[in-house]
Design a protein around this ligand. Structure first.
Ligand code: E4P
Length: 188
């Protein structure tokens, strides 16, 4: 069971790391923008506080652009940085190439078990289903976690399920009860 923080606020990361329960951090362009700081500077600082996986997201929309950004981030940032890629056809293709180059990935913006399966097939290290965003539409985000975990059990899937878009502590507990490998949550 892994606990990740979903923030780009280094003070929050330092605080929770000091509790001894922090395994990694996810960031996204909105969180970095909110910090008001330079993207690479923030990611480097986060990576120096937490030695677990730190997700840095690409912003390109095309496969070649995502691969180029992913490779550049890997070459310029600390070793524990992994590349966060949207679950689009272009993102799946980029995930496959980055995986072949031994670069770990977090395939994000997953809203269905089919998307999660395709990300796993492409070789994703993590796949991130967005529970809260699904709840926001009136559907049941936790049902998606249950569906993915049930599907995973039929095969020797190496990809870890990283539950994201967490809104409250009960989401975290329910994800763990369903066997999700990892949960990323805001500090509050
Ligand atoms: C995860 O990696 C995402 O950054 C995050 O969980 C997005 O969730 P939200 O924008 O719905 O809060």
């Amino acid at each position: 069971m892994e606990f990740f923080l979903d923030t780009a606020d280094v003070d929050e990361i330092r605080e929770i790391a000091s509790w001894g329960i922090l395994d990694g951090v996810t960031t996204n362009p909105s969180l970095i923008k909110k910090s008001g700081r330079d993207f690479k500077t923030v990611v480097k600082e986060i990576a120096s506080i937490c030695d677990g996986p730190i997700s840095a997201e690409v912003t390109a929309l095309d496969t070649e652009g995502m691969i180029a950004q992913g490779m550049e981030l890997k070459s310029q940032l600390p070793d524990n940085v992994i590349i966060k890629i949207p679950c689009t056809p272009e993102g799946l293709a980029a995930t496959k190439i980055l995986t072949e180059n031994e670069i770990d990935t977090n395939v994000t913006l997953v809203f269905s078990a089919s998307q999660a399966l395709m990300a796993a097939k492409a070789g994703a290290t993590y796949v991130s289903p967005f529970i809260g965003r699904i709840d926001d539409t009136g559907s049941d985000g936790m049902a998606l976690i249950a569906e993915i975990m049930a599907t995973w059990q039929n095969y020797d899937v190496k990809t870890k399920v990283l539950a994201a878009s967490i809104r409250h502590p009960t989401h975290v507990l329910q994800c763990m009860q369903l066997g999700a490998h990892t949960v990323t949550m805001p500090t509050k």
